[in-house]
Design a protein around this ligand. Structure first.
Ligand SMILES: Nc1ncnc2c1ncn2[C@@H]1O[C@H](COP(=O)(O)OP(=O)(O)OP(=O)(O)O)[C@@H](O)[C@H]1O
Ligand SMILES: [Mg+2]
Length: 336
């Protein structure tokens, strides 16, 4: 398999992303004194940086890899919602952000001093969508759904992905459209009949309601999740150990990480789901898409902050790799 060629095929591939978007705010400064009001340092802010997170980071990865992301999400009718819209357009993401007056845009503020994180402050509305928000979401998705073969659901538990929404998607989608979902544990019981799910090890353990400490456990948990949720395939990401890909009829494949250096693992899961979707959208099979996704995640953990991996960096790196390692763990035990 020519990895670099496969990566270049992703250019122009379309993906619809639906999920919770967030804004990551970094306020950077210097500490020169202790506050006279309380025994805490005073950070004098000198720089502010905004980044797009959650489902937005998935869309960012699709865009930087040369794909065409369409993003449907929800945010507040506030300044931060405007920031998100601006970032989306600057990244070339076709975004449809539903702006609600009764929600706050999810904002994660990091106060940094001398490169050290001093404090993180979160603001968010994570209640279920109200009737108006929900009907706007359905209208926004319905009018675009037809033109996509691959749909990512990026669930960060803020309300966009719900039992009702998943039920509606199941009814609306054509049989040939594939849904890939990045899960949040609280919604696990509702993730039925999907093409693929991409939990990390912790989410897989919580979803299967069992501890995962070794390979046997990964296989057992994966099989249980696939059976209980009636999934067509499953990818469990294993952090420093890479990923396990469950393909009924073929087996379970272990892809060890390709990372050479690790600085920041934030957002690696977003890269994984973005590349799997782009691979499938460009006509690759799931295992080949996962091999690319594992390579891309291996590169993204070597960068600082949740940033997308570019098509240039990916193809250049892959062109010097003859092939990616993979190991067949076991034939997948019969399901059912
Ligand atoms: N410490 C690490 N060393 C090497 N590779 C890593 C490491 N952490 C993550 N990766 C790569 O990133 C992929 C996804 O990572 P992980 O399993 O941590 O997902 P995640 O927890 O969903 O990530 P996040 O929630 O931060 O986006 C892995 O399959 C692997 O390829
Ligand atoms: Mg994740």
């Amino acid at each position: 398999m020519n990895l670099a060629f496969n990566a270049s095929r992703m250019i122009g591939s379309k993906v619809l992303i639906i999920g919770d978007i967030m804004l990551d705010q970094y306020q950077k400064g210097l500490v020169e004194r202790i506050s006279p009001e309380a025994p805490v340092p005073v950070v004098k802010i000198t720089e502010q940086v905004f980044k797009i997170g959650g489902a937005g980071n998935v869309a960012q990865n699709v865009a930087t890899l040369g794909g065409c992301p369409t993003l449907v999400s929800m945010c507040g009718k506030d300044l931060y919602g405007e920031n998100l819209q601006e970032i989306c357009s600057s990244l070339g993401i076709e975004s449809h952000l539903i702006r609600s007056v009764s929600r706050e845009t999810t904002l994660k503020t990091r106060i940094m001093a001398q490169h050290q994180q001093m404090l993180r402050v979160d603001r968010e509305t994570d209640r279920p969508l109200d009737a108006k928000e929900f009907s706007t979401l359905l209208e926004t998705v319905e009018s675009r759904l037809d033109s996509f073969e691959i749909i990512i659901l990026s669930d960060y538990g803020k309300g966009v992905i719900s039992e009702e929404f998943l039920r509606w998607m199941k009814e609306k989608k054509r049989p040939d459209q594939k849904i890939i979902l990045d899960p949040k544990t609280c919604n696990f019981p509702h993730y039925d009949e999907l093409y693929c799910m991409t939990p990390n090890k912790k989410e897989a353990a919580e979803g299967a309601e069992m501890a995962i400490t070794n390979r046997e456990d990964i296989l057992k948990a994966g099989k249980k999740i696939m059976q209980e949720r009636n999934l067509q395939s499953l990818v469990i990401t294993l952090g420093a150990e890479g990923m396990a890909v469950f393909l009924p009829g073929q087996g379970v494949f272990h892809l060890p990480t390709t990372a050479k250096k690790v600085f920041d693992v934030t957002g690696a899961g977003d890269t994984v789901i973005a590349v799997i979707a782009l691979g499938l959208s460009s006509g690759l099979d799931l295992l080949s898409s996962c091999i690319l996704a594992n390579c891309a995640a291996g590169l993204v953990v070597g960068q600082v902050g949740a940033v997308g991996i570019t098509q240039e960096v990916l193809t250049e790196t892959l062109s010097s790799w003859p092939s990616a390692q993979q190991e067949k763990w076991f034939p997948l035990p019969a399901l059912g």
